[in-house]
Design a protein around this ligand. Sequence first.
Ligand code: ZN
Length: 290
Amino acid sequence: MEKVIIEVRINEYASRNRNANVPFSPAEICEEALQCWRAGASIVHYHARDPQTGAPSANAQIYADTARRIRDKSDLLVMPTLGAWTLPSPEARMSHIVEMAKEPATRPDFAPIDMGTSNVDVFDRRTGRFMTDDVVYMNTTNTLSYFARTIREAGVRPVAVLWNVSAIRVTNAFVEAGLFEPPVYAEVVLTEGGLFAGHPGTVRGLESMVDFMPANFEWSVMCAGGNLFPLVGAAVERGGHIAIGLGDYPYGEFGTPRNGELVERVALMARQVGREVATPKEARRILGVS
Ligand code: ZN
């Protein structure tokens, strides 16, 4: 089995209400990323945020500044997000990636693509009601093909983000169509906290994805809105990689931890199961990043 790749999902659009360690500014993201790197992370995934308010930002300069700071001090692989799905067009969602890719110093190693369309209304168990009832996260096949082509032309590797078994099948078709080249870095998204677009954040929720995973995929698992730790051992035993961070969940189980503490715990658990943790250099080889 390959070594375990640890990706840190450092901020997403998480608020600081439950854990004030969520980084917003490029300097904060960089500092947090370096701590994760020292603890065993090889990939950093981040969203640009307004440095003061934390509001989502589509500013290519903020994205690029963050990448440059991280690269100055580490050999971490850099994965900015695609623009928020609320942006008006696929081109707008891609524009900062294209902009960053013009310079080797800021070119992302990876960019993630959510391989399907989902209802993303959140159910509030306290009130017994959906908080919205008409929100669709739309990614047509045409949009996904456009993302795949544009990412490749920019010299960036795609991450296939998989919310369900259907997305595995679509990703496989993209490999057959020549839009993706193996090894595919595939990220399983389990969803908790009232979001039902993914499988549940349980071992069975994960296993039902792994059952359909092609051999030329290197998969990792994350849990949006829930604690990933009960699954880490099972994922590592099954050959998976781990994607974790305060962006997905505040981890109040440990007080108010920092991202680096989560990475440290994952590294310890991986070694207990008998798999070493990959360095960024090893992660590059495993995932086919030049
Ligand atoms: Zn993200």
